[in-house]
Design a protein around this ligand. Sequence first.
Ligand code: SAH
Length: 390
Amino acid sequence: MSGKYNESNQSISCSVCKQCGGCQYVDIPYEKELKKKSAYLKQLFEGICTVGEVHGMYRPAFYRNKVHAVVGLDKQKGIVTGTYAEGTHRLVPVDVCMIEDQKADSIIATLRELFASFKYVPYNEDTHRGFMRHILIRRGFSTKEMMVVLVTADNKFPSKNNFLKALLEKHPDITTVVQNINDYSTSMVLGKANKVLYGKGYIEDVLCGCRFRISPESFYQINPSQTEKLYKTAIRLGGITKNDVVIDAYCGIGTIGIALSSHAKKVIGVELNPQAVKDAQTNADLNHIKNIQFVNEDAGDFLVRYAEGGRADVVIMDPPRSGSTPEFLQSLLQIKPKRIVYISCNPETQVRDVRVLQKGGYKVEACEGYDMFPHTFHVETVCLLSRKAQ
Ligand code: SAH
């Protein structure tokens, strides 16, 4: 198994890309990939607004700060780790990945050896037997903190202390180790219960000058250098002033709302995942921010209620790939914010939603693309919509 990052044209090569399916732009110069992504966005937004060139990443390799590996057993090789082939539950062993953090990959290599010597049997999805299911590694690129989450099928952890000692001896830069217990026959990676085996049980990272706590299950953007550029653009486009009430919808751990709070009068973050909301509240405290509050609710349900008399001058929204919902969009049209900043990891659902807002009296002023996921098909966009004078 091999892979290579080519410095001269910033392309990657990978011997398992076909089976893995994670990267689609392999052996293609990065400049060409960015051109393709720009052309795709220009076509998608035709008749809506002009889109500039996609903002690319400096040195587009080893960028993922979150690395997930499935643990399995191969008759010849013994314990293997890797990914499910796209759309299947067939494990493709991956030792070297061109887009994942290299430190994380080297920890995973150590874990394969340790699992074998401690006789931690990989979990088998068909027989429901075995112990070790997944490895999840998260790294704070600016703080250098590193979290290892071991997803196991039951809550025992035999020879825990010796295992931790051996792991930390090889990788002293690991700052926390968490056991996550997933005893369901499910394709979800994480189960509900976490046990902290070592350290604090979370990591922190710094983004846009603010500090953020990241738990095993919270959403956090996977490419921090590109995220910082995207957030700065979103905040600039929002044109927020000291009198503005801002809603940060689909706020995750509160990153955008916290980063912009010093410009605003008041910020309300809305998020469905309860653990992310807890982290968001902690993050506000960590950064001594007093003018932000978080609501743990479906963003659509919240906005329907808020539309009955609530005020918002600027709404930032960053929904999941499926986009927003009709309830959310209709309530937004009722609230009538001056500006809407719509961030999206799926420009197709974004265009669908933007058309609804256009019909409801908004003009699309700008759209910019950011390459958060080099060498894959994905591209992130941020659109500014402003309310037309009535
Ligand atoms: N703005 C954040 C998170 C964006 S990802 C950031 O940049 O880090 C999208 C977020 O929407 C996730 O945190 C997810 O948990 C949340 N989410 C998904 N469906 C939701 C819903 N119906 N209502 C509110 N939040 C939702």
